[in-house]
Design a protein around this ligand. Structure first.
Ligand SMILES: [Ca+2]
Ligand SMILES: [Ca+2]
Length: 329
């Protein structure tokens, strides 16, 4: 999640093939996402419709004709979910709710309907690695209330003498500092790849996997045309949680002198991505309408198996190539 300092604009032509495309399209015709022009919208700064100083969903609706007019046929809307905005909305407190800053669920439905009536597609962000620490899931997990007790990555502190404990290991956050924050309430540390306000979900817990698949179904049922999946390199962590080795200063995947080798590019990430692709394919099989599944990752840190599985060689992984976000600053 190289922080998205670019607020709007990032149009990309995506090209790729998918298994579902090969099964469902006929006569060699391309699916919409194979040649569509996508316009990225950070809603908070795009267009303010009610004068409160913040862009919103109705602002996007007001400018839809303009977006269409410049030749765009797909919009990708960055997170508009309920969030305390510790990380520009990439700290989601409720995966099924619109933040009041951006409007209401009815506003989103109206925007989606109008987009479709204009022949446009709508892609939304899916932020699976972490939620907000202000969401219900984390609050319940912190209190050890089932089934949320193990929804996040909780560890005891490492004892350093009879009286003191410290972080469970030496892992560093992408945003710098320890990747662990103490919860006085639970008397344990929780893990966060990014900000302390963004606790990582525990993907070794099958309930978490099922819940996040249902989040995808929720938006697919509303009618979205696909997802841009955030921070896929960070989904799973090495299950041994051992101290990471030192890294070369300034080297790739090294933060504050510590290698990210146990925090990124874990083999299981691809299986998670494939499981989400399978959810999209459930819908493709139902109605024959293709959906897009695009994973954020940089080429530099992309797991080799993802690179091999993207695009033309794709069988069940992401449909889109990873390079598009390389255009960001
Ligand atoms: Ca507004
Ligand atoms: Ca993670």
């Amino acid at each position: 999640m190289e922080r998205l300092l670019y607020f709007v604009v990032c149009a990309n032509i995506w090209i790729g093939f998918s298994e579902s495309h090969q099964i469902l399209s006929s006569g060699g015709m391309k699916e919409w996402w194979e040649s569509t022009l996508i316009y990225q919208i950070y809603p908070r700064s795009f267009k303010d419709s009610n004068g409160d100083g913040y862009g919103d969903l109705n602002g996007i609706l007001e400018r839809l004709d303009y977006v269409k007019e410049i030749g765009v046929d797909t919009i990708w809307i960055q997170p508009f979910y309920k969030s305390p905005m510790a990380d520009m909305g990439y700290d989601v407190a409720d995966y099924r709710a619109v933040d009041p800053m951006f409007g209401t669920m009815d506003d989103f439905k109206r925007l989606l309907k109008n987009s479709h009536e204009k022949g446009m597609k709508v892609i939304v962000d899916f932020v699976p690695n972490h939620s907000s620490d202000q969401g219900e899931w984390f609050k319940l997990s912190e209190q050890r209330i089932e089934p949320f007790t193990d929804f996040y990555v909780w560890k005891d502190g490492k004892r350093i003498n009879e009286t003191h404990t410290t972080h469970p290991n030496n892992w560093r956050s992408v945003f710098r500092g320890p990747a662990w924050t103490w919860s006085e309430k639970r008397k344990q540390y929780y893990f966060h790849q990014f900000a302390p306000q963004q606790p990582d979900l525990n993907y070794y817990n099958p309930r978490v996997r099922r819940e996040m698949e249902d989040v995808l179904r929720y938006w697919l049922d509303l009618g979205v045309d696909g997802f841009r999946v955030d921070a896929v390199n960070h989904l799973l962590e090495a299950e041994h949680y051992a101290d990471a080795p030192a890294g070369i200063k300034g080297g790739l995947g090294v933060i504050e002198g510590v290698s990210m080798v146990y925090m990124m590019r874990q083999p299981g990430n691809l299986q998670l991505i494939k499981s989400w692709r399978a959810v999209l394919d459930e819908y493709v099989k139902k109605d024959g309408q293709a959906r897009v599944h695009d994973c954020e990752k940089s080429v530099a840190t992309c797991p080799p198996e993802l690179l091999a599985d993207k695009c033309r060689g794709s069988k069940a992984g992401p449909q889109q190539p990873p390079q598009h976000l390389q255009t960001t600053r």
